[in-house]
Design a protein around this ligand. Structure first.
Ligand SMILES: *Cc1c(COP(=O)(O)O)cnc(C)c1O
Length: 463
């Protein structure tokens, strides 16, 4: 064992190998040495366990692999072949080219983020996307914070701390990722007053719960990710707004996805728009920037100027402050709407509106490319009818017809796992014991990378 240990090469010797020598210039000496030490430690443990010493060559290879993993940021691009457009686990909305360019600019040069160019003194970062949001929606005022969960906490804290907030029992939602209305309410210091029943709530339920001293606001929360069907009742937003006005209380709505475009013309159910809620008389709306809006992660708050002013003065807004790069991306995204180019520029809408012929053509193209590889010519690959979803807690139960490339092999889960390990990782959907690749969420410019990663994985895989 001692002689085996003595046979292990020194760090310096490994540093001079063909594999590792060029890497000190790329990753710096310290990282390469760290990877070598890690491998040598492991080699020592193996020898202690009775295994023979590894060769210089195999140690260098192992250090190379370790370095390539350790020097790579853990956040990395993946190919989303799931057909779920706003996939929260995969980063929600992709940004338009215009938004990407705006982010690049905001990152690389100073800006008037909080500087008033006319007066030459301090300005407000909250001015930036607000005008665009107002122009697009007709809102009196708007403010943007870090995300929608933050927007809801800020609004409830600033407007209803130590007060009662009245909400229908059917809207005590959990969005996922730890966002549950009752918990958010408790966190804000507001007291939850639930009215009605799970399936039916009437205007009079709200009315009876209003107390002139205790009530802080009426809250409506959009059923983002579930449906209540059958024997149901819920007053309209306009009815609630009328009640709120009569009681001199604000009506707040957490709209969740917060779309500016009607989803109906895209073959989907109608998802309530921000504009509709404002017209109905909602005083404050909160929505996400990175769901159907198709922009960066952000929490949009729109509504009455006096209420927005109250939010801007609350100390919590500092903790939820939106970043300059986010503001740049959001402005660019909103401009596309203003110019009527949302469906051609914004990836979420481009994916929603991709027609079935295009999808079928791409799935066929992938199929042919794979079958043209001699080792894969025997694969049971088919283009099948399937369904994509919008995701992001919007349009529950709604699907978009698609064409997917389907692979029917026996060990589907193992193959899906293998594809997740490919470079770049490919995330697929499993349906009916078939592995599906949905072209709707794969960018056309990713086709080449997808095919080569698929080819690599499938040729090295025992099907
Ligand atoms: C998604 C969603 C949230 C949370 O928004 P984030 O942008 O993820 O913070 C809150 N409320 C509703 C109704 C939602 O759909």
């Amino acid at each position: 064992m001692q002689s085996q240990l003595r046979q292990l090469p020194s760090v310096d010797k490994l540093l001079q190998t063909d594999q590792l020598a060029p890497l000190t210039a790329i990753h710096g000496r310290a990282l390469v040495v760290e990877a070598i030490r890690g491998e040598l430690d492991q080699a020592r443990r193996r020898i202690m366990a009775g295994e023979p010493a590894q060769s210089l060559d195999s140690l260098a290879e192992a250090a190379l692999t370790r370095l390539s993993v350790e020097a790579r940021p853990s956040l990395q691009p993946v190919i989303n072949a799931t057909g779920v457009i706003i996939h929260t686990n995969l980063g929600r909305a992709l940004l338009s080219r215009r938004a990407q360019q705006a982010m690049q600019q905001a990152a690389s040069a100073y800006s008037n983020l909080e500087y008033n160019l006319e007066a030459g003194d301090r300005g407000s970062r909250y001015a930036h996307a607000a005008d665009l949001l107002c122009r697009l929606t007709g809102a009196e005022a708007a403010v943007v914070v870090n995300n929608n969960a933050g927007a809801v906490i800020l609004t409830l804290t600033a407007l209803a701390r130590d007060k009662e907030v009245i909400i229908s029992r059917s809207q005590l939602v959990e969005i996922g990722g730890g966002f549950r209305i009752p918990d958010i309410m408790a966190q804000s210091g507001a007291r939850l007053v639930e009215v009605g029943t799970t399936n039916r709530t009437y205007l009079r339920d709200y009315e009876q719960a209003v107390d002139p001293d205790r009530t802080g606001l009426l809250l409506s929360v959009h059923h983002s990710n579930y449906q209540i069907t059958g024997f149901t009742a819920q007053p309209t937003l306009a009815e609630l707004a009328e009640l709120a006005r009569r009681c001199h209380l604000p009506l707040m709505e957490d709209l969740g996805s917060g779309t500016l475009l009607d989803t109906l013309p895209f073959g989907l159910a109608h998802e309530p728009t921000i504009q509709e809620s404002l017209v109905a008389g909602v005083d404050l709306i909160t929505a996400s920037g990175d769901k159907l809006l198709g922009g960066p992660q952000a929490g949009l708050i729109l509504g009455k100027a006096a209420l927005i002013e109250q939010l801007k003065k609350h100390p919590l807004i500092r903790a939820l402050r939106v970043d300059k790069i986010t503001l740049a991306a959001l402005q660019a995204t909103l401009l596309a709407y203003l110019e009527g180019k949302a469906t051609t520029e914004i990836p979420v809408w481009r994916m929603i509106s991709t027609d079935i012929t295009t999808l079928a053509r791409r799935a066929q193209k992938w199929r042919r490319a794979l079958l043209n590889i001699p080792q894969l010519a025997h694969l049971p690959l088919q283009v099948i009818e399937s369904a994509s979803t919008v995701g992001g807690g919007s349009l529950p139960g709604q699907t978009l017809p698609t064409r997917a490339l389907a692979l029917a092999v026996s060990s589907i889960d193992a193959l899906a796992a293998q594809l997740r390990q490919s470079d770049p990782p490919i995330i697929t959907r499993i349906d009916n014991e078939r592995l599906l690749l949905d072209p709707r969420t794969v960018l056309p410019e990713q086709d080449k990378t997808l095919i080569s990663a698929l080819k690599h994985t499938l040729t090295n895989y025992e099907l």
